[in-house]
Design a protein around this ligand. Structure first.
Ligand SMILES: NC(=O)C1=CN([C@@H]2O[C@H](COP(=O)(O)OP(=O)(O)OC[C@H]3O[C@@H](n4cnc5c(N)ncnc54)[C@H](O)[C@@H]3O)[C@@H](O)[C@H]2O)C=CC1
Ligand SMILES: O=C(O)C(=O)C[C@H](O)C(=O)CO
Length: 252
């Protein structure tokens, strides 16, 4: 374990959508800091836990459907059983990989409802299940949005709307939870090379690179430093903010 002095050793961290991609990278990064991780997903997180444990970290897993309040409560109960309390919640799960892109005149209505249900309502559902486990000691909630909210990327209106709403509700959460020393911030990643984005874009490695200041697309590991910072004492006076991690494709 390469603990870096962020103060995350022994912290209890829930990562939703941790079965692959950026969520798996969050699980690995928190565990590498000595945190205890609960990896939760509608898909199986056994491989994520195995990777965390192979690197010397601690990881437990439970099934989670963020659209189902009972499932969110059961996941929170599993966290309480494993850790007693929760210090950090990363709301990363999303309807993204299977989303169909189309001009807004042609978007699929079911996809619209699913994007809002998983990506926005899911953040609310998971947060309200977990907040009672954070209230006594305070904590950090990190909601994953998308830089598409700022770029207005075409053919994603349902997804962009759902992620714009994540930024909006995070501000409400920050105001409501601040008095109990719970901070709520957002990471808005730009295009990141994950299983899901390789599925969406044919030449993913080169996609949009011409607009990038750093001249490459992000790997999932490029997004994790922001989450460690937002979870740590270094960001202790920061709440309600959105951190765009997109290799400088746009400035807000
Ligand atoms: N890859 C990219 O280019 C970008 C991704 N993001 C966001 O980052 C996050 C992770 O993205 P990726 O790893 O690329 O995508 P992904 O699609 O691989 O990850 C999403 C995870 O959420 C899980 N999930 C879906 N529905 C669920 C539900 N109802 N309950 C629980 N879990 C559910 C999936 O099984 C999956 O493991 C997502 O929030 C995505 O919107 C944001 C900007 C760019
Ligand atoms: O901007 C686009 O076009 C993208 O494809 C962006 C990514 O897929 C993304 O940011 C998803 O959140």
């Amino acid at each position: 374990m390469g603990v870096t002095g962020l103060g995350l050793e022994g912290k209890a961290v829930i990562v939703t959508g941790a079965a692959q991609g950026i969520g798996r990278a969050f699980a690995m990064a928190f565990a590498a800091e000595g945190a205890r991780v609960l990896a939760a997903d509608i898909a199986c997180c056994k491989d994520t836990c195995a990777l965390v444990e192979a690197a010397g970290g601690t990881c437990v897993t439970t099934a989670l459907d963020v659209t189902d309040a009972a499932s969110c409560r059961a996941m929170a109960q599993a966290a309480q059983d494993a850790f007693g309390a929760v210090d950090v919640l990363v709301n990363n799960a999303a309807f993204f990989a299977a989303l169909k892109r189309a001009p807004f005149m042609e978007l699929d209505e079911d996809d619209w409802d699913k994007a809002m249900n998983v990506n926005t309502k899911g953040v609310w559902q998971v947060s309200r299940a977990v907040v009672p486990l954070m209230k006594a000691q305070g904590g950090s909630i990190i909601n994953i949005a998308s830089a598409t909210v700022f770029s207005g990327s075409p053919h994603w209106m349902h997804y962009v709307a759902s992620k714009g709403a994540v930024i909006a509700i995070s501000r409400v959460m920050a105001k409501e939870l601040g008095p109990d020393n719970m901070r709520v911030n957002v990471i808005a990643p730009g295009f990141t090379l994950t299983e899901a984005s390789f599925g969406h874009i044919e030449d993913a490695r080169n996609y949009g690179v011409g607009r990038a200041a750093l001249c490459r697309n992000a790997e999932a590991e490029d997004i994790t430093g922001g989450a460690l910072y937002l979870a740590s004492k270094l960001s202790g006076f920061m709440t309600g903010q959105t951190l765009v991690i997109d290799d400088g494709k746009q400035f807000i």
